[in-house]
Design a protein around this ligand. Structure first.
Ligand code: PNS
Length: 168
């Protein structure tokens, strides 16, 4: 039986911190499904399709051990539908713990058969988040090396588009 994990999130956009977690998850699981949440309330910079495309291109080297998908509704229902045994979440610091604990306990209450596995990011990614990277990009700071080359290019383009739209 294949060991399958879901790695869910907003990924707006994918960062090297996320990639680090995916690499670690691949040491434990046969297949990791990177699942982008369709979130109607969150004000995202990239569309779900754009995010999935960047994830696919950034993770090409892992071949068919990575699946990129999107989901709506309850995460545990999606995990069950995909035949996954676990949900993977990355932890950076203690500040992540409270909300992650709540999410994991709620998911356990909803489906006792799916385990949440927390993985610690490498120390060099401890300070990065999608929001911090977007902010740096918005103000023209150098964020190369914190995201994949594909994400770096698309984010720069997106910021240039937003700037020219603002000028119109
Ligand atoms: O990258 P994020 O925004 O921290 O990811 C949050 C995510 C997608 C893991 C979480 O919001 C989620 O699973 N949402 C789907 C709805 C759900 O199942 N919520 C938990 C039980 S109420």
């Amino acid at each position: 039986m294949k060991r399958i994990a879901i790695y869910p999130g907003s990924f707006d956009p994918l960062t090297n911190g996320h990639i680090d977690i995916i690499e670690r998850a691949l040491r434990i699981f046969d297949v990791v499904i990177v699942a982008v949440l369709h979130n109607v309330t969150k004000n995202a910079l990239f569309t779900v399709e754009e995010r999935m495309e960047m994830i696919r291109e950034s993770l090409e080297e892992f071949g068919d051990r990575i699946e990129v998908d999107s989901f709506g509704g309850l995460l545990v229902d999606y995990a069950e539908e995909k035949g996954a045994q676990a949900i993977v979440r990355g932890m950076r610091a203690i500040s992540d713990f409270e909300s992650e604990f709540q999410l994991a306990m709620m998911n356990r209450r909803l489906n006792r058969d799916i385990q949440t596995v927390f993985l610690l990011t490498g120390l060099r990614w401890i300070f990065i988040s999608s929001s911090a990277i977007k902010e740096a990009a918005r103000f023209g700071a150098d964020f190369a090396g914190l995201v994949s080359p594909v994400v770096h290019k698309r984010l720069k383009e997106k910021m240039a588009e937003a700037k020219s739209e603002g000028k119109r």
